[in-house]
Design a binder for this molecule. Sequence first.
Ligand SMILES: C[S@@+](CC[C@H](N)C(=O)[O-])C[C@H]1O[C@@H](n2cnc3c(N)ncnc32)[C@H](O)[C@@H]1O
Length: 415
Amino acid sequence: MRFSIVTAFPEYFDAFLNTSIVGRAVKEGKIEIDIVNLRDYAINSYGQIDDYSYGGGGMVIRPEPLYNALKSIKSEKSFVVYTSPQGVVFNQDTVEALAAKDHVILICGHYEGIDERFAEKCVDLEISIGDYVLTGGELPAMVIVDAVSRLVPGVVGRGEAVLEDSFYRGMLDHPHYTRPSVWCGLEVPEELVSGDHEKTARWRRRQAVVRTLKRRPDLLARANIRPYLSQGVYVMLVHHPVLNKDGKTVTSAVTGLDLHDISRSCMTYGINKFIVVTPLKSQQEMVCKIVNHWEKAPEGLNPMRSEALSLLKAFDSIEDCLAWIEKKEKKKPLTVATTAKKRAGALPVFELKRILLERDLPVCILFGTSWGLADEVFSGVDVVLSPILGGKGDYNHLSVRSAVAILLDRLFGWR
Ligand SMILES: C[S@@+](CC[C@H](N)C(=O)[O-])C[C@H]1O[C@@H](n2cnc3c(N)ncnc32)[C@H](O)[C@@H]1O
């Protein structure tokens, strides 16, 4: 990956290009950084690059030196960034977007900034590193190059270190400790010196959760929380008996399409089991038949699909299923009902994420079929989730397959 930095003060970058991780990445050719001295494109032999602001005020960088400097380095693959306090605030999403580019050109402003016409004509994105004003764009350019370089393969020694960093999955990192093991009477947490890798990993995950909830709960809206839940997550598709208008008890039929599609969504989002509840023996047998069919499918044929379908299990009642989960997890699961209709007390997904991380319980998310979940189901669960709304009036008649996929993505999707 290549960065070009256009600046009137190239000396700012002397240490940056030769120091620590960025310096090593440059030396090893993992990243390329060229510094373009704006004064080489000055409008006269005095090295002039700026002029008075029209209407009064300080100095502004003129458009011609910027344009000529840009022309000397720009290609079709270049993405031009102007560091500006008025730009979008730099965050991990922008870091990832820039890391996907081949060539990022960073224009550093100074004084009152740059001529607006250059920004309008030549800049793809203005980036601010925070709501304060610095004297120039050189420090922001270094911040941007540093953050983006960390995502270039091989720049950070241990690749997985980046995955655990704050914001990468939308959560904060866990605290870090080093030697000595006791300092000023303060000990390193026992979990880190135990030598038990599983215990250490569990402790780190939990600390990341505790920190995020305490310091930056706002991050949860976009965080991928599945790796931080130590207990199982279950999806239940309920074919519950309901009374029809003739006073007869009826139950919706299990469909092959639901079983296939929901299994695959469950597999994608790391769900432990997809459970179909139906009181009808023949329907339970059908579920088993489908699972067996794919289990016995000849080797090499759709292995991913048979793996996804192996998540499937059938029960004849919600109670039996919850008892089975409790036995398996050694903890009573948190039960979450979903609905297409607005219900008093329903919680948004963001709140459910917070509850899941805070309580760290196994969770079972219940989805209804045709008629939705029965009233007695709603009164027996711990949480009711607000309906998914698309903004088209009150119409939100999604298939259960779509509803499962959307909710799993909102809860456990990678942003
Ligand atoms: C003194 S500032 C200009 C401020 C400008 N008059 C304003 O209020 O928006 C000079 C240069 O520093 C850089 N700069 C200052 N603060 C910045 C920030 N928070 N993020 C990114 N760049 C910044 C920009 O390149 C800017 O052109």
